[in-house]
Design a protein around this ligand. Structure first.
Ligand SMILES: [Zn+2]
Length: 157
């Protein structure tokens, strides 16, 4: 399976890199390289320092992909510097939407009712077409499209 061109790359590029080019696993490349007595391409010290700056901050696989080293290198550096396994960085939390009274009223009108709160807040007061007054969060009414608990039979008189 090894062509001369591929063999020439052994030890010139990282095993995992050559492996992914060839569509084989890194172990296959490592064995072939060792069989031929070729030393592995050493990860440069500068690269190690780049890895060291990120270990524990990002998942190992992400650091590996970002810096073009194998996850094993990242793993060893993480152990060496004693960093915890990095957690995926979460996307910034979107602050909870504050609904305007206009929005609340518009939704209430769709139900044939009205929003009777004078100012906006997380919990608003509503009146349905049957005259039931109830409190519900804006999120519940506007986003989840729920309405009067008594009319829907969820709340008994
Ligand atoms: Zn009702």
């Amino acid at each position: 399976m090894w062509t001369a061109a591929q063999l020439a790359r052994l030890g010139k590029v990282y095993d995992h890199e050559l492996a992914s080019e060839l569509g084989v696993n890194a172990e296959t490349v490592r064995k072939e390289r060792q069989r031929r007595g070729i030393k592995p391409l050493r990860v440069a010290a500068a690269k190690h320092r780049q890895v060291d700056r990120l270990v524990g901050k990002l998942p190992d696989v992400e650091i590996a992909a970002r810096l073009g080293v194998s996850a094993a290198v990242v793993y060893r550096r993480r152990k060496a510097v004693g960093a915890a396994r990095g957690e995926p960085i979460e996307s910034p939390r979107v602050p909870r939407r504050v609904w305007t009274l206009q929005e609340a009223r518009a939704v209430a009108v769709e139900h044939g009712g009205t929003c009777i709160s004078r100012k906006t807040g997380s919990v608003l007061r509503w009146r349905c077409a049957e005259g039931h007054v109830f409190e519900a969060t804006a999120h519940r009414v506007i986003r989840r499209r729920q309405w009067c608990g008594r009319c829907s039979g969820q709340v008994k008189d």
